[in-house]
Design a protein around this ligand. Structure first.
Ligand SMILES: C[S@@+](CC[C@H](N)C(=O)[O-])C[C@H]1O[C@@H](n2cnc3c(N)ncnc32)[C@H](O)[C@@H]1O
Ligand code: SF4
Length: 373
């Protein structure tokens, strides 16, 4: 398999844990622990080689801007020394971004910020346990732009408990006022072990109805398309030229490096996973040279199914000829009847050997994938 052109770097700290979030992230400042954690991250980075031909770097979390500015600068400087990617994204929470953080981002050459917003309404922000206000979002976007960062993504969550369609439309309009380059709209997922899921299971929180969630999405989609965004993946909208190259790499099921606690990587035909607990991760990297907890070879059938599962989420779909060349498995031969059904029912279209799902098809993506397994 080809050498990865993309690198994911995980920072597992957040100022506070949001009640819906199951990401590998831990509340608290962790400022002492973070230095040892960075030692380990940089050791993993060093093991990848002295010069990396990377197209993209994505520093995610958790909340990278929950690091002290000096720690963030140390991480970013080390990355800058080994690569000069075309797209370099850092995730941020508006409640944690200071002028010192912005200076560190700009000095290193970070050119894309992805910020968690979730809601622009005071009751929505409170319900979602966020540490910031809508004005913090506005101020942070302004400060980032003024410092020269041109490519900004904002995340919103819909399907929140007690959020009607109108409330979500107001959130969308409020973020559109900030002229973001990219928007990710996520339907709230009730993840195992989160405070939201416990509250729902105890009857203290009412899940939004499927009709509301669908209506919220359609209302947002209409507004974003009218505002000049194109939906290039189920949850992602971009202005022209602003699609996330890093995420496209995942959706094309191409290899990538992943470093940090709980990070996945896909390298040399294997999927690897690191230990998720940050102190154990750091100790293992520093003492044993690796914190890998699983390494799985990706056979043709896995690659076939995963390429379809990821690619069919996108507007570019999946080129079945390339998939055949890559895996030796030809969907047109193996699953010809299923492909015909998808097209006949208006769930997808074939053009130039590419299968692309329609909006109706995207809503039943999981079912459509079953026969390919
Ligand atoms: C790592 S966070 C982004 C940066 C930063 N940690 C923050 O929250 O501001 C990634 C994004 O995942 C989304 N997310 C997290 N948990 C989710 C859930 N249970 N359902 C839907 N979206 C979720 C949120 O939109 C969040 O902004
Ligand atoms: S949503 Fe972001 S800030 Fe909230 S706990 Fe998850 S990673 Fe941390």
């Amino acid at each position: 398999m080809d050498t990865p052109r993309c690198l994911y770097v995980h920072v597992p700290y957040c100022e506070r844990k949001c009640p819906y979030c199951a990401f590998n992230s831990y509340a608290g400042s962790h400022r002492d622990e973070a230095e040892t954690y960075l030692d380990a991250l940089l050791a993993e980075l060093g093991a990848l080689g002295p010069a990396l031909q990377l197209e993209t770097i994505y520093v995610g979390g958790g909340t990278p801007t929950a690091l002290a500015p000096s720690a963030l600068a140390r991480l970013l400087d080390s990355l800058r020394r080994v690569a000069s990617p075309r797209e370099w994204t850092v995730e941020a929470n508006p409640g944690t971004v200071t002028p010192e953080h912005i200076r560190a981002l700009v000095a290193a050459g970070v050119n894309r910020i992805s910020m968690g917003v979730q809601s622009m309404a005071p009751d929505g922000l409170k319900r979602m346990g966020r540490i910031h206000t809508a004005d913090d979002v506005r101020d942070t976007v302004r400060a980032l732009r003024e410092s020269g960062i041109r490519n900004i993504n904002l995340d919103l969550i819909y399907g929140q408990p007690d959020q009607d369609v109108e409330a979500f439309v107001l959130d969308v309009e409020a973020v559109l006022d900030l002229q973001p380059d990219h928007l990710s709209l996520y339907a709230l997922q009730y993840e195992e072990g989160t405070a939201f899921t416990k509250a729902r299971d105890a009857g203290r929180l009412q899940e939004a109805s499927e009709d509301t969630v669908l209506a919220q999405f359609h209302a947002a989609q209409t507004r974003l398309v009218a505002a000049g965004f194109s939906q290039y993946e189920v949850s992602n909208f971009a202005r022209p030229g602003r699609r996330s190259l890093h995420n496209l790499n995942y959706w094309r099921n191409l290899p990538y490096y992943g470093i940090g606690a709980g990070a996945w990587g896909c390298v040399d035909g294997h999927r690897v996973l690191n230990e998720s607990e940050p102190r154990t991760y750091a100790r293992r990297v520093l003492e044993e040279g690796t914190a890998c907890v699983s390494k799985e070879e990706l056979g043709p059938q896995e690659t076939y199914l995963e390429t379809l599962a990821a690619g069919l989420r996108t507007a570019e779909g999946v080129d079945l000829k390339t998939l055949h060349e890559r895996t030796g498995l030809d969907a047109r031969v193996r699953h010809g009847d299923h492909l015909n059904m998808i097209v006949e029912r208006g769930l997808g279209a074939m053009s130039d050997g590419r299968l692309v799902l329609t909006t109706d098809g995207l809503w039943v993506l999981d079912e459509l994938l079953l026969p390919f397994a």
